[in-house]
Design a protein around this ligand. Structure first.
Ligand code: HBI
Ligand code: FE
Length: 283
């Protein structure tokens, strides 16, 4: 592979959110004072205010209007076929959703105060627990928010967890990330997550659709990723994604397109130890 075109092969500092975790930043939003050892918190649906419920509905309505022609089939099937995912009924109660989710793929949602340290986040994924932030963005953040909030985590991530092959992949990713951490490869594996789980596109009967949560939960990026000719659209490739720095506070300049979720599963099945060795050599 010609690596000369990849200017930035150095271990990336671009996706280090450690400064945003509780240890690094006591000012991190979200209430970390009442969490359990695994950083989970109880979700108390009755605690959301009428204003928050109304804002949630507006976020849901805006996004629901955009997704029919743009989200992948798996996402639409989940969101349209399951009462537990009818987000127009109000802020979802995780306990109710968990009954349906457990039956579908044996995953469980857990409430969290916000961003988690890497190892805590990955340990949840490796155990088929998906951390969902319990707080909702403020009105001033209606159009754009950098940190994950309840709307991003729930609307963007949860419907995809009902697809078995995707759900299995995400558990394997959690295991792979814990291993990558030991091998010094986490910065690269985090880019793979970014370009798939967060900003991934997939080809479906010839048309390109979104499955990444960062795209599906953002009106601006959903249209930009699929309809603008500005960003690059390239076939999904593990090494290419690992060599590509991410933009955390703007729309992406490149999107990777899967041919199927089976491809995601197959291409990420190998042991990445040799990949990390190559990437270390390049840096
Ligand atoms: N914590 N709550 C939460 N949500 C995330 O998406 C998240 C996190 N901690 C770490 C993290 N993501 C990243 O390290 C991975 O996405 C690579
Ligand atoms: Fe996310």
């Amino acid at each position: 592979m010609n690596t000369a075109t990849h200017q930035d092969a150095a271990p990336p500092a671009d996706f280090d959110i450690s400064h945003k975790t509780r240890e690094g930043n006591p000012g991190l939003r979200g209430n970390y004072s009442r969490m359990a050892a695994d950083y989970t918190v109880a979700q108390s649906v009755s605690d959301y205010t009428a204003e928050q419920q109304a804002r949630w509905l507006r976020l849901v309505e805006r996004q629901m209007a955009l997704i029919p022609s743009r989200a992948c089939k798996e996402f639409l099937d989940a969101i349209n076929g399951l009462t537990a995912l009818d987000m127009r009924r109000g802020i979802p109660n995780f306990a109710d959703v968990n009954v349906a989710l457990k039956a579908a793929t044996n995953w469980t949602l857990v409430g969290v105060p916000g961003l988690l340290p890497d190892d805590v986040f990955f340990t949840h994924l490796a155990n088929r627990r998906f951390p969902v932030t319990v707080w909702l963005r403020e009105e001033s953040e209606f159009d754009y928010i950098v940190e994950p909030d309840l709307f991003h985590d729930f609307f963007g991530h949860v419907p995809m967890l009902f697809t078995p092959i995707y759900a299995d992949h995400l558990q394997a990713y959690g295991e792979g990330a814990l291993k990558a951490k030991r091998l010094g490869g986490l910065d690269w594996l985090a880019r793979l997550y970014w370009y798939t789980i967060e900003f991934g596109l997939i080809r479906e009967s010839g048309a390109v659709k979104a499955y990444g949560a960062g795209i599906l939960s953002s009106p601006k990026e959903l249209i930009y990723a699929l309809e603008s000719s500005a960003p690059q659209h390239v076939p999904f490739d593990v090494m290419h994604s690992m060599r590509t720095p991410v933009l955390i506070d703007d729309v992406q300049s490149i999107y990777f397109i899967l041919e199927s979720f089976q491809q995601l599963r197959d291409d990420t099945a190998p042991d990445f130890t040799p990949h990390y060795e190559i990437l270390k050599q390049e840096s």
